[in-house]
Design a protein around this ligand. Structure first.
Ligand SMILES: Nc1nc2c(ncn2[C@@H]2O[C@H](COP(=O)(O)OP(=O)(O)OP(=O)(O)O)[C@@H](O)[C@H]2O)c(=O)[nH]1
Ligand SMILES: [Mg+2]
Length: 291
């Protein structure tokens, strides 16, 4: 102990003495500290997890097509398993949390990366999508792709609405289940009304209305116990099994706000024939707004 004190005192005396060694040492220390501090903070920033988004929706809606636009190209055929691709947002779209950053800031490029998980839309493979939603930690949003042309047929509408209803129910349960502890907050949902290049496609506003009306029907059918919910997530029996407040009357997406789920409907087309152009900017802008 005494030896320690002695060494400490000797060291202190030395550091305050006007020797050239002490002065150089102090100078170097004071110059390098800010640099080390900067490097430390920079590393921490770089280790931030990439925000992730999930693509889901009925089979043939155009999820894989949309992903191929920015990620690595894969053949579009019915997907069998989920795949995650890291994409970079297109230039010209500003990430919400960085709108005040200089455009030539080198970290801006890094911050534009997102991870998108494409899930299969086939009825029997939807568990993949539900698992992805419940597991993903840095989940920033859900993109539910629908074929706006298929919605004009009763089967197409019913399939899309059932899947959407179940997805929203999963999200609602995720939110209710998290209330007790510090858990995941609400997740924003984008309903991407795809294939608007087709003559038979319904415009985005109509897509919204049709889906809401159909979910009203599904909800009342399920409430009567005529149909079992396809979603079965562990939890209390007291958990609400119906969508939205009370589960009665007409459903509209605004009712999801109670579970902190903001639903937006935006139109576009992920593929185009001939000299027509793909229209996907609205969707990328929405993605950027969630980051
Ligand atoms: N006309 C038109 N066709 C599209 C558009 N987007 C996708 N398609 C076509 O729709 C078909 C299905 O697209 P996919 O991307 O494979 O559909 P998916 O949603 O991945 O389907 P699953 O993998 O089965 O869940 C393909 O033949 C695409 O070329 C669009 O905006 N307009
Ligand atoms: Mg696919």
């Amino acid at each position: 102990m005494a030896v320690d004190m002695d060494t400490a005192r000797e060291w202190l005396t030395w550091s305050f003495s006007p020797t050239i060694g002490a002065m150089v040492f102090t100078l170097l220390l004071s110059l390098s500290l800010p640099i080390l501090f900067h490097l430390f903070l920079y590393r921490q920033r770089a280790a931030v997890v990439v925000p992730s988004f999930v693509l889901l929706g009925p089979s043939g809606a155009g999820k894989t097509t949309l992903l191929t636009l920015r990620g690595t190209p894969t053949a579009t055929h019915t997907s069998q398993a989920p795949q995650t691709v890291t994409c970079t947002l297109p230039t010209g779209i500003t990430v919400e949390s960085h709108k005040y950053r200089a455009s030539d800031d080198p970290s801006t490029k890094k911050e534009r990366q997102i991870e998108v998980t494409d899930t299969p839309g086939h009825g029997k493979l939807r568990q993949h999508a539900y698992d992805t939603i419940t597991a993903a930690a840095s989940l920033k949003g859900l993109i539910f792709v629908v074929d706006a042309a298929a919605l004009s047929s009763p089967q197409g509408l019913s399939e899309a609405a059932t899947y959407l209803h179940d997805t929203l129910l999963v999200l609602q349960k995720r939110h209710t289940g998290a209330k007790s502890s510090k858990g995941p907050a609400g997740i924003p949902v984008l309903i991407a009304a795809n294939k608007l290049d087709l003559f038979t496609a319904l415009p985005a506003q109509l897509v919204k209305k049709r889906l809401e009306d159909e979910i009203t029907k599904i909800r009342s059918t399920r409430a009567k116990g005529l149909l079992d919910s396809a979603v079965d997530i562990e939890g209390d029996d007291e958990d609400r099994e119906w969508l939205g407040e009370g589960g009665e009357g007409d459903f509209n997406f605004g009712q999801m706000k109670e579970a902190e789920i903001e639903v937006s409907v935006l139109g576009g087309n992920a593929s185009a024939k001939g000299d027509e152009k793909t229209q996907v900017d609205a969707w990328w802008t929405w993605i950027a707004q969630q980051m």
